[in-house]
Design a protein around this ligand. Structure first.
Ligand SMILES: Cc1cc2nc3c(=O)[nH]c(=O)nc-3n(C[C@H](O)[C@H](O)[C@H](O)COP(=O)(O)OP(=O)(O)OC[C@H]3O[C@@H](n4cnc5c(N)ncnc54)[C@H](O)[C@@H]3O)c2cc1C
Length: 464
């Protein structure tokens, strides 16, 4: 590896003055994401402004042999953007512009550091819609969303981020610039390599530009919140709605989550009495008949005992407040230092899966308080384990890691994924084998070495 001074001198030649931060405060801020499992220890934070500058940095890294961590909005929940081992962080913060808009294609080309919410707002200004939406949209970047193949609250209708990516410009770990798919819908000219970078967690190279497909703006969105007597009632509610109405969201959370959100956000409880579980349903109602249909389904759910009580938004403001019950969960739980688990199984298995997980956690860790919530309409469950007050943070995380063996045994039993949308990063790499076969992992490592001969881009993420 080149000396620190030599590397910084060369980086300054590439980036110019004031585009490198080395002070302790900045190293701490840009060296991590939202996880708190690893201490950030980056060497420096770099702020390129162009794809060519990114290329020059990566080429320098190959020449002087230093490792790079790509960094987006740092809202990740798997330590994918954490520089824990002396990496140089490439932040995309200064690459946040719209490059061009193609109205006839309903497509926009943006720099990868654009904030998700800014892209949503830009789309609305064009009377179009970017449907990737998460509680972190105000900070996450489109490059981070693509690298994690982010899901979020609208997947049931619009799919994952992958569905909205028509092309990428990337700088591979070898320092080559590749323009992949160039925004086309149809392109039958061999391997669709952009898909390797989507969900690649920055391990193959850096995404610098993205071609994003946009959709029409949904009309007259309605939000319902139902109180549900038992977990087993949730899936029949989903089936009943899906049989008649195209949903844009179907989320759930339990009463413990509701109490935590109420205490944190000072929102009014949505229903007269607490219920064991809640579902939040959103759908477009451009015609009165859809609303009538929803009311009929609600009544039939009440008659069959699937729903105890319910509320429907009467205004945009009320719809926003109902959504806050779901969107404020992460922030409200944060003071409890939750250990976050983000798994998916087929919707058909969810009932049995949840019962099995609760059983093993009760058996091995009866002191753990757990909360369930998530994008259940996609088979995606978020299990948060809250830190008991009497345990210190490190001991708690150690116990949770131990508990994961039991939980992931169950994920494996149901052919599920140990991460549905947050990614593997560093927090889950020890468990990758629960969802991917040895052969698959060998192929993944070979793919990495094709794009990144010297294994310098985000080393130690997904696998060692
Ligand atoms: C409150 C809250 C709610 C959340 N809700 C959801 C949710 O509903 N669904 C969901 O999927 N996630 C959710 N997340 C997780 C997180 O927001 C997503 O994973 C998001 O896509 C990360 O984007 P980011 O820009 O913050 O990426 P970062 O955290 O900065 O990085 C994530 C990964 O991408 C890599 N990366 C970042 N930018 C680039 C780039 N330009 N090129 C190559 N690699 C890059 C990093 O190295 C890292 O591996 C939530 C997080 C929070 C804090």
């Amino acid at each position: 590896m080149g000396s620190y001074v030599e590397i910084i001198e060369n980086l300054t030649l590439i980036l110019g003055e004031n585009r490198i931060k080395t002070d302790l405060e900045s190293l701490k801020i840009w060296g991590c994401d939202r996880t708190r499992h690893f201490d950030p220890k980056p060497q420096a934070i770099l702020f390129p402004q162009t794809t060519e500058q990114v290329q020059q940095i990566v080429r320098l890294a190959n020449q002087l042999k230093f490792a790079i961590t790509p960094s987006g909005g740092r809202t990740g929940l798997s330590a994918g953007a954490v520089a824990a081992n002396g990496e140089f962080v490439i932040s995309l913060d200064k690459m946040n512009q719209v490059i061009s808009f193609f109205p006839a294609d309903r497509m926009v080309r943006v720099q990868a550091g654009m904030i998700t919410e800014d892209l949503q707002n830009y789309a609305l200004q064009q009377n179009l819609f970017f449907p990737v939406d998460l509680a972190a949209s105000g900070s996450s970047q489109i490059g981070g969303n693509i690298s994690t193949n982010a899901g979020g609250i609208k997947v049931i209708r619009y799919g994952m981020t992958r569905n909205w990516v028509l092309g990428l410009t990337v700088v591979t770990g070898n320092g080559d610039i590749l323009r992949l798919n160039k925004g086309m819908v149809k392109n039958a000219t061999g391997y669709a390599m952009q898909h390797l970078f989507i969900g690649g967690e920055g391990t193959l190279g850096l995404i610098t530009e993205a071609d994003i497909r946009l959709d029409r703006v949904p009309k007259n969105l309605q939000v319902l919140v139902f109180g549900v007597p038992e977990f087993a009632a949730i899936m029949p509610i989903l089936s009943k709605f899906q049989a008649e109405i195209d949903l844009t969201a179907f989320e759930f959370f339990d009463q413990r989550v509701m109490e935590i959100v109420m205490a944190h956000s000072q929102l009014q409880p949505p229903l007269a009495a607490p219920c064991p579980y809640y579902v939040l349903i959103e759908f477009e109602a451009p015609y009165e008949i859809i609303l009538e249909k929803a009311m009929q389904i609600f009544e039939s759910c009440m008659e069959q005992g699937f729903v105890l009580d319910g509320v429907i938004s009467q205004s945009i403001e009320q719809a926003k407040n109902l959504w806050r019950l779901r969107e404020d969960i992460s922030e409200s739980c944060a003071p409890y230092l939750p250990y976050k688990v983000d798994v998916s199984v087929l919707i058909s298995y969810i009932d049995d899966f949840i019962k099995d997980v609760e059983k093993v956690l009760k058996q091995h860790h009866p002191e753990f308080k757990i909360c369930w919530f998530g994008h259940i309409g996609d088979g995606n469950l978020h299990l948060n384990i809250l830190k008991p007050q009497n345990l210190d943070k490190d001991e708690f995380y150690a116990q949770c890691k131990h508990a994961m063996r039991y939980v992931f045994d169950i994920v494996e039993k149901y052919d599920g994924a140990i991460s549905a949308e947050h990614g593997i990063g560093m927090t889950k790499k020890a468990y990758l084998g629960y969802s991917r076969s040895d052969e698959e992992i060998v192929y993944m490592k070979r793919i990495k070495s094709i794009f990144d001969h010297n294994l310098l881009i985000n080393p130690g993420k997904i696998f060692d």
